[in-house]
Design a protein around this ligand. Structure first.
Ligand code: ADP
Ligand code: NI
Length: 224
């Protein structure tokens, strides 16, 4: 059994790094490290429980069933087992597993559900921050390429969607993904810290789309 916070987090980082498969979609271990650091910063500002937030951030993409098959409970269960062994605290293990299960399905872009705990809100904001800004732009094009999705299409004029119903109506280019999801994230951050960090990243994405539109001569519906 590991005792101190630092020992538990150190061991969790090694375990998760060894578990993450080779990845070309932007879900590699470096994504996990970035989300961990952001989540830690946001939790400190929000007064959330650091151990729960940091463990949930480190385990949030373990056994990602959307990419690797399996079931949506595989990742949370793997996290629960490891954390219970390391901390001897079924309560911490259960809380972290619940956060990992809830995050993809609750909150801003998903249909309404019970509110997320403050710890879950910190991790969700951190995960979303890694989907916007310079790293977000890089990940979107990496993901698009790995999925053999077009970057752009002459037939599709991207425009900002404002509702979940519109967001679901995808039309399949990476540039459109900015309009379907990435440009909607800043206004939907859970925490003040998340919102503040998101603002610079959001401005960069707008600037990127403006210049991309200029360079390609394609018109995008760029919001003000
Ligand atoms: P999660 O972090 O919950 O796994 P996603 O799988 O939706 O969320 O997104 C992970 C990363 O992949 C993000 O950077 C996101 O922008 C990118 N991504 C997801 N879907 C697309 C898409 N259709 N086109 C381009 N990038 C995408
Ligand atoms: Ni993630």
């Amino acid at each position: 059994m590991l005792n101190t916070h630092d020992e538990i987090i150190g061991a969790a980082r090694s375990y998760v790094r060894a578990q993450m498969p080779e990845d070309y979609t932007g879900h590699d271990y470096l994504h996990v490290e970035r989300v961990w650091k952001l989540a830690k910063q946001i939790a400190a500002e929000c007064g959330a429980n650091a151990t729960i937030v940091e463990l949930a951030a480190l385990f949030h993409d373990i056994s990602d069933y959307k990419l690797n098959g399996g079931s949506e409970t595989d990742g949370p269960e793997k996290a629960r087992c490891w954390i219970e062994g390391a901390t001897r605290s079924p309560s911490i293990a259960d809380k972290v597993a619940q956060i990992i299960l809830d995050i993809p399905f609750r909150g801003a872009l998903s249909p309404a559900g019970p509110p997320l705990s403050i710890e879950a809100q910190c991790v969700q904001d951190a995960d979303r921050l890694d989907a916007i800004g310079a790293i977000g732009i890089a990940r979107a094009f990496a993901f698009g390429g790995a999925m053999k999705q077009k970057m752009l299409s002459a037939d599709i004029k991207p425009a900002l969607h404002s509702s979940f119903a519109q967001y679901k109506r995808k039309n399949g280019t990476t540039v459109n993904h900015f309009y379907e999801k990435l440009l909607l994230l800043t206004a939907r951050m859970n925490t003040p810290a998340g919102r503040r960090i998101a603002e610079t990243r959001h401005a960069l994405m707008l600037e990127f789309l403006r210049q991309l539109s200029d360079e390609t001569g394609m018109e995008f519906g760029i919001p003000d």
